[in-house]
Ligand binder design. Structure first.
Ligand SMILES: *Cc1c(COP(=O)(O)O)cnc(C)c1O
Length: 414
């Protein structure tokens, strides 16, 4: 409430007796197979994915020079998971957002009897399918990136798509969406207001489908499939993850869907050997207050006199997701908060050191390896710090226009 950065360690981690998780590993694998079915469609519609055969994935990069410029020495290796490089959407929303739209499209086509078992999904590119989806609409409330991902994929499939945006959404994101054929509505209030209005209007249309960031199992599963891909990348780099060699992940957190889904996926694969930390702005610690109080989606930051005003538009969320937070509450190791100024500093430092460009929200995880040293977590868990592999999840920035990049960079420099 004093807007000071904090580091909260979760006392309820691994409280298995209250296991409310309704999903399991099979759900993640089924979600992964949806991506494979749609790969021929994605490859056909988005030429930037030809090289990867329609698979949308990002690289894992060792960022040694960045690590050596931190204010305190950090032991172990530091990697960046570069979701800013995810094709098409340029952010982590290419995982959850695309997944939910594709899942919905598949369901509609199956129900209408126009998609047979074993079909080649290139069929989704045909005029017949696109005019079929024209009868349906998709709505979404967004601070920016979710709207971008839903808007781009829905429009490509032929849906009428409506994006309800909060006032903090960046102008270029609205422009780009309109350009792609989405209808954009802007709202005075914050994300919660945009989502409430969007939900109401979309549900008023009998052929409307609302992608509900505050309570979506599909978004969550879409994010969780990242774990299967990351596991393969770790193996390829000969990075062991076991009791002696724990993996620490630092995940920027808005409503809690993307960090929650990835944490869930990684915990399914690596159990207690992976330690996941979420990071939120000091002005928008929605998941932190939800878990700290145990009230989850029933509380928002404004209830605590916190204004939800931050330059990190991807994290500017005042109320946590109900679905995601229920699961994360038992899995997340802790949550730290960060000031906007530090996001910019990290942005500029990463550009200078590694020549990698992120949007402000996406840099938040880079503070994790130093911040965790200021707690007793490593000691408490009897971990040898030099055996830790750190991964900061870079959640976006790929589509930021040149002019904004420059402004952000200069802000961090000053
Ligand atoms: C959406 C987003 C996040 C956080 O994801 P949530 O599901 O809202 O928690 C983090 N970074 C960026 C850049 C995002 O767009």
């Amino acid at each position: 409430m004093e807007l000071q950065p904090v580091f909260w360690l979760n006392p309820r981690q691994n409280e298995k007796e209250h296991d409310t998780t309704s999903l399991n590993r099979k759900d993640i694998e089924e979600a992964a197979s949806l991506w494979e079915r749609f790969a021929p469609f994605i490859k056909k519609e988005f030429p930037e994915t030809i090289e990867t055969n329609g698979i949308i994935e990002s690289p894992l990069k060792l960022i040694h020079s960045m690590k050596s410029s931190f204010s305190k020495p950090v032991e172990g290796d530091l990697y960046l998971k570069c979701d800013n490089e995810l094709p098409i959407a340029g952010s982590i929303k290419a995982r959850g957002g695309f997944y939910e739209v594709l899942h919905h499209a598949e369901q509609l086509a199956k129900d209408a009897g126009i998609l047979s078992e074993g079909a080649n999904y290139e069929i989704f590119s045909t005029p017949k399918f696109k005019s079929f989806f024209k009868q349906y609409s998709i709505g979404v409330g967004s601070t920016g990136n979710l709207g971008l991902s839903i808007g781009i994929m829905s429009a490509k499939l032929g849906f009428n798509v409506f994006v309800y945006m909060s006032q903090d959404a960046k102008q270029w994101k609205k422009d780009l969406l309109r350009n792609k054929g989405a209808t954009v509505y802007e709202f005075e209030g914050d994300f919660s207001k945009a989502i409430t209005e969007g939900r109401r209007k979309t549900h008023a249309d009998p052929n409307g489908y609302f992608v509900d960031d505050e309570d979506s199992q599909h978004l969550f599963l879409g994010y969780s499939t990242a774990a299967l891909r990351l596991k393969k990348q770790l193996e390829k780099k000969n990075i062991n993850v076991d009791k002696e060699h724990p993996l620490f992940m630092y995940l920027p957190c808005g409503v809690g869907g993307s960090p929650g889904g990835i944490t869930f996926g990684m915990k399914q694969l690596f159990g207690d050997h992976v330690h996941c930390f979420f990071v939120e702005p000091v002005h928008a610690p929605s998941v932190l207050i939800g878990l700290l109080t145990g009230e989850k989606e029933k509380v928002c930051v404004q209830d605590f006199g916190i204004d939800n005003k931050t330059e990190a538009d991807g994290l500017a969320v005042g109320r946590p997701s109900k679905f995601a937070t229920t699961i994360s509450g038992q899995l997340v190791s802790g949550i730290y908060t960060i000031e906007d100024d530090e996001l910019y500093q990290l942005l500029t430092l990463l550009t200078d050191r590694e020549n990698i460009y992120l949007e402000p929200s996406a840099t938040a995880g880079l503070a994790g390896p130093v911040r965790i040293l200021e707690t007793n977590y490593i000691h408490q868990h009897h971990i040898n710090p030099s055996n830790i592999t750190h991964i900061a999840w870079a959640t976006g920035g790929g589509l930021v226009p040149r002019k904004d990049r420059k402004d952000f960079y200069n802000k961090g420099k000053s």
